[in-house]
Design a protein around this ligand. Structure first.
Ligand code: ADP
Ligand code: MG
Length: 680
């Protein structure tokens, strides 16, 4: 049902709602309030306490208009009386309120004000409170929802829409069966929706919230379980010859694989020679050597006469993989091509032809390799590197290219184990824990901004030993509002101060060709210092680089710094990472300390969670976790523990949720996650 079905919403208003992602009546019903305004307790002005949020009723004794500022704005000051005292109410730039109070009768009316109390010269003050006439009884004395807004949409618009939508929505049966609700002490859906928007009391609200959180986490558990079942139901179209031909490839390597690398290759080969389709996640910290593992898999696939595709999150990384694989497969006759969106049309056509007719064995690229026009002759394996940039839905879409190829996902994102099991619940997991032999621990040091020059002296000494270095900055160019050193500014400096050693700048706004030129020069050692933004975050491999300076380290997330730091320490030499801290906050120092003390991505991820909370936890959405409306996988992990078994037992009885009694649940999952599979 379209939103325009609601009273008071025409096409214009509907457009504003659409900006917030709200298109249907059901969308509005499921767009839960961000918070609530509790307008039940009317307080006496004399009893107001600074810092509390309160509701006051009174008459307007005086209206004082301020001067216009240069921008045509002015302040409006009201003095409010309720018989117990006087409250000052201040609005900035509130012409509409001024106009509303311009009639003569305004002084005779009673108004309510709801807002946070502060104090000025001994008087209570409210800045920008919500206000209204007391006759409007409907708003007073209730707990009111607060929703996110956009320009042209008021809180009142949203409340009306929510109230209207609740009435108009089609009431089907509750997707959660009565049994399940009773077992888990959950209220019904109608009750939950009514009370999440317009709670009768705190208790009603809590009951509603619990039910909706539970529902969301149950759908999440079910969605993952369902995906797993869909996969496990698909038989492999590419059952490879169990003869271990990957040995040929491995024996050519200049080093011995670590135990975990060997085990992982074995897992992969077992998957691809079985009759089930592979869907495997390889998790290994930065530098643990995942690339070679994927190469073994690709080698095996190609030797079996099929094609493979390797997808990287950035063009730089795709280019680097091209070089690595060209070297890996030198002399094997395996034909490799690069496919990125930056490729000239003629070359692109050639690659596409090669893929369609089978003369290309391995294509490496960005998401362009799964573009609409790309056809494969017999794509049997899709590898995605650093998958935290790709979502579950995308992963699904990719896997539909060709005839359901095997899927191998590689990630360095150190996700705490409990969380990983939930997030990648639909995949089999191999973990690479050991580091290649002879790796030295990267030494990390914190450096206050005042001592920055020492850090650069140190960097210079490393350059004198023939080493290379990275300098990472949070921004490309200087910003008016943020006091940080930008990559451009640093580059201008290092060009001079580090001469004769050559510096180069690299960042995300450069064209692929420019980036490529700079990276190649850095790899060849013609450039000694690479000044960059986080574009080098993932995957870059230049073993001769032994120093990294992270400027304004306080602005980076812990997990991100760990990724960045993983760019050094890739060769035999001792490597260093220097975190330059601007300002001196407790949190920044604690975080820096974690970096100094730990080189283990998993430990860092746990600490990151503790210090930041999950809301921000390096962008869960990037990990393919669908956006939650009300639940938080980490904060509500106790509830998640209960939904897991419920999901399992539902799926045990009905693996693809096809029974009529589960129709509502299936509809809900499709609504939340999109069509997981055409057959669903
Ligand atoms: P990541 O897991 O971060 O993708 P890479 O695959 O880029 O790591 O490997 C990092 C470096 O380690 C590369 O230079 C690679 O050649 C090297 N390497 C990988 N495996 C081993 C090993 N078993 N012994 C020694 N060096 C290795
Ligand atoms: Mg890698």
């Amino acid at each position: 049902m379209k939103l325009t079905e609601l009273r008071g919403i025409g096409p214009k208003k509907a457009e504003k709602f659409e900006k917030l992602g709200l298109v249907t009546v059901e969308d509005v019903v499921r767009a839960y309030p961000r918070e609530y305004e509790d307008r039940r307790n009317v307080r006496k002005i004399k009893d107001l306490v600074p810092e509390e949020t309160a509701m006051v009723r009174g008459t307007i004794r005086a209206i004082k208009k301020g001067r216009y500022t240069g921008k045509g704005r002015r302040t409006l000051r009201l003095l409010i009386e309720d018989g117990s005292g006087t409250l000052e109410v201040l609005f900035f730039n509130a012409g509409y309120i001024e106009r509303g109070l311009s009639s003569k009768t305004a002084r005779e009316r009673t108004y309510w004000f709801f807002g946070k109390v502060s104090e000025s010269a001994g008087y209570p003050v409210m800045l920008h409170p919500a206000m209204g006439r007391v006759e409007a009884e409907d708003e007073e004395g209730r707990i009111l929802p607060v929703y996110p807004l956009t320009s042209g949409l008021t809180q009142n618009d949203r409340r009306k829409a929510a109230a209207g939508a609740l009435q108009l929505r089609q009431k089907g049966p509750d997707p959660l069966s009565e049994d399940l609700r009773r077992r888990n002490e959950l209220c019904g859906l109608d009750y939950a929706l009514a009370n999440i928007h317009f709670p009768e009391s705190d208790r009603h609200m809590r009951v509603a919230k619990y039910r909706l959180i539970f529902e969301e986490l149950l759908m999440f558990s079910l969605g993952l379980g369902l995906m797993k079942n869909l996969f496990s139901q698909t038989l492999s179209n590419y059952i490879l010859d169990p003869q271990p031909c990957e040995e040929e490839f491995l024996s050519r390597l200049p080093y011995e694989l670590t135990g975990d690398q060997k085990d992982t290759i074995q897992d992969i080969c077992r998957d691809m020679t079985s009759e089930r389709r592979m869907n495997r996640l390889v998790q290994g910290d930065v530098g643990s050597g995942k690339t070679v593992v994927s190469a073994a898999a690709i080698y095996k696939v190609v030797r079996n006469g099929f094609q493979a595709a390797l997808m990287a999150p950035t063009e730089i990384l795709a280019q680097q993989h091209l070089e690595t694989f060209t070297e890996f497969f030198e002399g094997t006759g395996i034909r490799i091509r690069l496919l990125t969106s930056g490729l000239p049309a003629a070359q692109r056509r050639e690659v596409l032809e090669g893929l369609a007719e089978g003369s290309v064995d391995l294509v490496i690229g960005t998401h362009a390799i799964f573009g609409k026009n790309v056809k494969y002759k017999n794509l049997a394996l899709v590898v995605t590197d650093e998958q935290h940039r790709f979502g579950v839905a995308q992963r699904e879409a990719l896997s539909k290219k060709g005839k359901e190829p095997h899927i191998l996902v590689m990630t360095a994102t150190p996700i705490p184990r409990t969380l990983a099991l939930v997030m990648y619940g639909d995949m089999d997991i191999s973990i690479i824990r050991d580091k290649p032999a002879g790796r030295k621990e990267i030494r990390t040091r914190v450096c206050p901004a005042e001592k920055r020059s020492k850090a650069y002296d140190f960097l210079r000494r490393e350059l004198e030993k023939g080493r290379q270095a990275y300098i990472v900055a949070p921004l490309i160019e200087n910003s008016e509002t943020l006091q940080v050193r930008s990559a451009e500014e640093i580059f201008e400096e290092t060009k001079k101060t580090l001469a004769p050693y050559r510096s180069e700048l690299i960042h995300g706004r450069m064209s692929p060709a420019e980036k490529d030129r700079v990276m190649t020069a850095f790899k060849n050692g013609e450039v000694s210092v690479l000044v960059s933004t986080v574009v080098i975050e993932v995957g870059i491999n230049v073993p001769n680089a032994t120093v990294m300076i992270i400027e304004n380290a306080e602005r980076f997330g812990l997990a991100q710094m760990h990724q960045l730091r993983g760019r050094v320490g890739r060769g035999e030499e001792q490597s260093w990472c220097i975190l330059v801290l601007e300002g001196d906050t407790e949190v920044a120092r604690q975080r820096a300390l974690v970096m100094e003390e730990s080189g283990d991505g998993f430990v860092i991820a746990e600490k990151d969670l503790m210090l930041r909370g999950t809301g921000e936890f390096f962008g869960l959405r990037q990990h393919g976790v669908p956006e939650m409306k009300i639940a938080d996988i980490y904060r509500h992990s106790k509830i998640l523990k209960r939904t897991g078994p419920e999901a399992e037992s539902l799926l045990a009885e009905d693996p693809l949720l096809q029974l009529p009694k589960n129709e509502e649940i299936r509809a809900r999952i499709v609504e939340m996650y999109g069509d997981l599979d055409p057959g669903l």
